[in-house]
Design a protein around this ligand. Structure first.
Ligand code: 0YR
Ligand code: MG
Length: 375
């Protein structure tokens, strides 16, 4: 048996430039994606990697690595990395840490650790994670592309880029950002994109929590004209009652989940009928362990799961191939070059990974190029 006793926990921070060096949605402006995580070494020499995703703001990224270094590491050293479920609860339930953060920073840190543990478990089993989780439940996992739809691009550029994505690159679906100060301008943007890509490809829109119920209700009746697959984060992330009212009043389905931290939050939204496309992100919900619970919950309600890719798909491709509720997966290519097995989309479908592990193993040259100091 491979000795997977944990001997070292070493956090890291990488800042990797985004496409075109700057993108905006209604709520965020970013120049880099933060790959903030940890390497975990075991007695046998197997190294696990796991990370969360941030908007590459060094002071807040360091809160995450500090949590791993100063609180979680001592709970992990000497433990068997393969006891993933037990260790998740040991860390999550650690009273001192839970007191200061049942969600937020501590949860992003937990996601990095949990992923590294799953990575070790899969490497020890010499299997890609999707295989360890029980095998692929679909032949091909559809990818949809978000990287052409930024709010920082003018409507014509978005429309042209989306046309290229579907006509040349083979995507069957795209997502564009909305949520500007002028909702009528957003409607024009949606109209132009739909006209440009034609009626076949799916078109989703993402408001990133920016609008209120009144604004959203004012444009909702127009959305069916453009055959919108879903409206994502239409109003503020935690407004459960607002989402319930919106889902009763709007014909277009609602997608959300990238800002929800725990199984309990998903239970509330799902049970209330406030979400149709369930979008857990393993980098936010405390890792793979909790993501699988959320996906099981969605399955119990027969709702489709479309992970939000805070990991840019590196790990979610494994989870989505393995989980029967997963319906498709977002694609954004920003951090591919950091990994020994970068995600790949061919003819609109994700290529199934082959390397043992969870897909998070860093290339040394990427670390060299993008690493930031922890102090
Ligand atoms: C960039 N995907 C999202 C990015 C993305 C955000 O701000 O973080 O747009 O997370 O909403 O669906
Ligand atoms: Mg989103």
């Amino acid at each position: 048996m491979t000795d997977t006793t944990i001997t070292a926990v070493e956090p890291y921070i990488l800042h990797v430039p985004v496409t075109g060096n700057m993108v905006q949605d209604s709520t965020h402006t970013l120049t880099h994606w933060g790959v903030v995580g940890t390497k975990i070494t075991t007695a046998s020499g197997i190294e696990g990697y796991g990370f969360t995703g941030t908007h590459a703001h060094l002071p807040s990224d360091r809160l995450i690595t500090d949590c791993i270094r100063t609180c979680y590491a001592e709970l992990l050293l000497g433990e068997d990395a393969c006891d993933v479920q037990r260790l998740w609860h040991k860390l999550y339930g650690y009273p001192f840490v839970q007191w200061v953060g049942r969600t937020g920073i501590t949860h992003l840190a937990l996601a990095a650790v949990d992923t590294a543990l799953w990575d070790i478990k899969a490497k020890a089993a010499e299997q890609p994670l999707w295989k360890l989780l029980g095998g692929a439940t679909v032949e091909r996992l559809e990818a949809y592309n978000t990287d052409g739809g930024w709010l920082s691009l003018d409507a014509q550029t978005v429309a042209n880029t989306c046309r290229k994505l579907v006509e040349q690159d083979g995507y069957r679906g795209v997502k564009i950002k909305i949520g500007s100060d002028d909702p009528r301008a957003d409607l024009k943007r949606i109209e132009l994109v739909r006209k440009t890509i034609g009626s076949d490809p799916t078109l989703a829109v993402d408001c990133n929590g920016r609008w209120n119920l009144t604004t959203m209700l004012s444009i909702a009746p127009r959305l069916p004209d453009y055959d919108i697959l879903w409206v994502e984060e239409p109003i503020f992330y935690d407004d459960l009652a607002g989402h319930v009212r919106l889902s009763q009043a709007m014909a277009t389905p609602i997608a959300l989940g990238e800002q929800l931290y725990a199984l309990d939050n998903f239970r509330d939204f799902i049970a209330a009928g406030a979400v149709h496309w369930v979008q857990p992100d393993m980098t936010r919900v405390g890792g793979i362990t909790e993501w699988l619970r959320v996906a099981d919950l969605a399955l119990a309600y027969r709702l489709p799961v479309v992970a939000h890719v805070g990991d840019m798909g590196q790990v979610h491709v494994h989870l989505s191939y393995a989980h029967p509720a997963a319906a498709r997966l977002e694609y954004i290519p920003w951090i591919r070059e950091c990994f020994t097995e970068p995600i790949r989309v061919q003819d609109g479908y994700y290529v199934r990974p082959e390397q043992p592990g969870a897909g998070a193993t860093l290339r040394p040259d990427a670390v060299e190029k993008y690493a930031k100091e922890l102090d």
